[in-house]
Design a protein around this ligand. Structure first.
Ligand code: MN3
Length: 201
């Protein structure tokens, strides 16, 4: 069964008031994410990976020099689907409930989490991702290069931000720090992070 491009969980223009334009999604979802799906399907067609789940393909191909292209495309399909759910209209702000308590306990304060997340996202050199993860029961902020994600390191992702230039260049040009701050202030989907936390707990 070939993989399919999942639709965005919101209208392409739903985040315009939060400075993420429909034009960005027309490229980022309709072109970039779509290309990863198309490339993955071509690369696994007729191979032993064709009937595996996306998560299995990511795990099997990680660090296999003969499957670099498969890993890059499979992980990018997974990461982007997770990223769309990490955004929502009228998002950002401060989480509530048990996740908020856990952030306060593990980072010291929500502001400390924000500082750590901003630093990870801003200092990922070149392309990659910033994440809030659960690692052996503790919340951590991490960053990964290119297509890599926390799943291959045994961590459970709760929330992510794509910091590839294609994620922000149309709306923020080279101002990655503004894109990161805008995500935390206006877009981060804490409901999604709380669901992931509840499932993992
Ligand atoms: Mn991207």
């Amino acid at each position: 069964m070939a993989f399919e491009l999942p639709p965005l969980p919101f209208a392409a223009d739903a985040l315009e008031s939060a400075k993420m334009s429909a034009n960005t999604f027309s490229f980022h979802h309709d072109k970039h994410h779509a290309a990863y799906v198309t490339n993955l399907n071509k690369l696994i067609e007729g191979t032993e990976l064709a009937d595996k789940s996306l998560e299995e393909i990511v795990s099997i191909s990680f660090k296999d020099p003969s499957k670099v292209g498969i890993f890059n495309n499979a992980a990018q399909v997974w990461n982007h689907t997770f990223f769309w759910s990490s955004l929502k209209p009228n998002g950002g702000g401060i989480p509530t409930g048990t996740l908020a308590d856990k952030i306060a306990a593990d980072f010291g304060s929500f502001d400390k989490f924000k500082d750590d997340f901003k630093a990870a996202a801003a200092t990922q050199f070149g392309s990659g991702w910033a994440w809030l993860v659960l690692d052996n029961g503790a919340l951590k902020v991490t960053k990964t290069p290119n297509a890599e994600n926390p799943v291959v390191h045994g961590q459970i992702p709760l929330l992510t931000l794509d910091v590839w230039e294609h994620a922000y260049y149309l709306d923020f040009q080279n101002r990655r720090p503004d894109f990161i701050a805008n995500f935390l202030d206006n877009l981060a989907n804490w409901d999604f992070a709380a669901e992931n936390f509840a499932k993992a707990a």
